[in-house]
Design a protein around this ligand. Structure first.
Ligand code: HEC
Length: 224
């Protein structure tokens, strides 16, 4: 807008426009709100940790099954069990049978349900161990991922996890998931007239009824 005004103008107008130019130039600058600072490259790197299913974003480094075993036992087994079997209601990490997906309720674990191994690394790095996420180094995370894949019989005991090898692990459920972006996400038929009053509706299940899930952190549904 600012510079297009200059075309086809007399000298006098051009002089005036030139006077106005610094204001135009200023308007194009980002607004400064007088708080915050520009993040450093190191700070951005600290947040930029997402890993994609094809392994894009995996950091340098590597870890072996043997290195992962003691790390897993020290940092993870209290909740996930010595062999990944899961303590109390903490998730089972050792189950790679596709048949278990058909059980009632289905047993979904990283081994039989998760379609891409790089996402296991991603999840552990950003979320585990539960009380101290972010406390593992990349190398430790690679080693624990290698150990868990071995525990699930998906790789041999000589497996070395790194940015290349993790992307190549063929997870059993790789082709078992479908992309479904249909909305709404319920098969119930939408009510258009004579529908139940909202006040008559109540939530009948709560997290306690869904066995195998994380213990509920909130009270019973509908306060009952
Ligand atoms: C204090 C208990 C605790 C510890 C210690 C712990 N976890 Fe977890 N873990 C959890 C809970 C709770 C969840 C479920 C979190 C959720 O669903 O939001 C979970 C979920 C997971 C999952 C996803 C399971 C799934 O099928 O969705 C993985 C993988 C995992 N943990 C790995 C680890 C690893 C590796 C360590 C050690 C570095 C670790 N956890 C330490 C409690 C723990």
């Amino acid at each position: 807008m600012c510079s297009s005004l200059e075309t086809g103008m007399s000298k006098a107008w051009q002089a005036l426009v030139l006077l106005a130019l610094p204001a135009c130039a200023l308007a194009a600058q980002p607004v400064h709100y007088a708080y915050g600072t520009t993040p450093t490259a190191a700070q951005v790197k600290g947040w930029d940790v997402d890993v994609f299913p094809d392994g894009e974003g995996l950091p340098p480094g590597q870890g072996t099954v043997a290195q992962g075993e003691p790390l897993y036992e020290a940092r993870c087994s209290a909740c996930h069990g010595l062999f990944g079997e899961g303590v109390a209601k903490f998730p089972n990490l050792n189950n790679s049978s596709l048949d278990d997906l058909k059980a009632t309720p289905p047993v979904k674990t990283i081994g039989n349900y998760w379609p891409y191994a790089p996402k296991i690394f991603d999840y552990i790095r950003r979320a585990m161990p539960f009380p101290m996420p972010g406390s593992l180094t990349d190398e430790e995370t690679y080693a624990i991922t290698a150990y868990l894949l071995n525990l699930n019989n998906l790789v041999g005991s000589d497996f070395v996890a790194d940015a290349q090898t993790l992307a190549k692990v063929q997870m059993p459920n790789r082709n078992g998931l479908i992309v479904n972006d249909l909305k709404p996400d319920t098969h119930a038929k939408r009510c258009m007239k004579g529908c139940a009053a909202g006040s008559a509706l109540e939530v009948k299940t709560n997290a306690k009824d869904l066995k195998g899930l994380t213990p509920p952190t909130t009270g019973p549904a509908d306060g009952k």
